[in-house]
Design a protein around this ligand. Structure first.
Ligand code: G
Ligand code: MN
Length: 267
């Protein structure tokens, strides 16, 4: 076997062990409502607490998970853990609206025929209200097989969960298909947000996307907000929800819980 093949095999084994040894962690990045200025949602982001190498980002290990067939079990672990955490926040905020919890769905997971069933099982096991769960699915995944995606998104919405089209603006969406997608939220990609303030053309593109989403009855979540100037532009353009380093980096569940308890106005 080549050195590269060995490395992959070893990483595959290490990932399998990581699942067994409970070394995966979910970090949470707050999403703020432009209207209330408070946290309304938390996106779960996967990390691996490696015993020797420390905290690893998904880009460093997820490609190997895909190769070794572990993407599916890891995906299910994420859904279950997100639902469990969401339920805890749901209970803690029984007097107020609990935050939505968001999980990212990989292409492999989205392609599974048991996707809807496993999500439904996790909701039932944990007692999380379906409306408090948001599933983030990349635009490029949905466009891969638009017809099949429309049916699948319909089944997810039937379940009562929220659907977010992630990384919007990075793939070539067919606008005629888009109107048949039933998402609740359109998530503007960081690559669009970063250009705000650079010139009228970039601003016009974001304005058009926000208007399109609103016309279709969806709300808009801008991701990757890093500056006050970007926030100002997004506010003026009518963006509904913002997320990014300007407010918070992804934080641990404990830190997220403390932030939610404080419930302060952040914008
Ligand atoms: O597309 P998705 O929402 O899944 O991307 C999440 C990734 O983006 C995470 O790895 C997270 O750490 C990163 N991220 C979140 N906010 C910001 C930001 O404001 N700037 C940059 N550069 N990256 C961010
Ligand atoms: Mn996402």
């Amino acid at each position: 076997m080549s050195a590269e093949a060995w490395k992959r095999l070893e990483l595959g084994n290490a990932l399998r062990q990581a699942l067994e040894r409970d070394e995966f962690r979910l970090y949470y990045q707050p999403k703020l409502s432009m209207e209330s200025g408070r946290i309304v949602s938390m996106e779960a982001l996967l990390r691996w607490e490696h015993p020797e190498r420390g905290l690893l980002e998904p880009e460093e290990f997820l490609p190997f998970a895909e190769d070794s067939g572990l993407m599916v079990p890891i995906g299910y672990w994420i859904i279950e853990e997100v639902c469990r955490q969401g339920r805890a926040w749901q209970d803690a905020r029984s007097d107020r609206k609990p935050p939505r919890v968001g999980a990212n769905i990989s292409p492999t997971q989205f392609a599974r025929t048991d996707l809807v069933e496993t999500i439904s099982d996790s909701l039932e096991r944990t007692g999380l209200e379906p409306e408090n769960l948001a599933l983030e699915i990349d635009e490029s995944i949905l466009m891969d097989d638009a017809e099949a995606s429309i049916a699948k998104l319909g089944a997810l919405k039937e379940l009562g969960v929220r659907v977010v089209i992630d990384e919007f603006g990075t793939a070539y969406s067919s606008l005629s298909h888009l109107q048949h997608f039933p998402p609740n939220v359109l998530k503007l990609d960081r690559s669009l947000v970063v250009k705000l303030g650079e010139g009228p053309a970039d601003e016009a593109i974001v304005a058009a996307m926000i208007n399109l989403a609103h016309a279709l009855g969806w709300s808009v979540n801008a991701h990757g907000v890093e500056t006050a100037e970007q926030l100002e532009h997004l506010k003026r353009l009518g963006c509904d929800m913002v997320q990014g380093y300007y407010f918070h980096r992804p934080i641990t569940a404990e830190e997220a819980t403390a932030l939610l308890e404080a419930d302060t106005r952040l914008i």
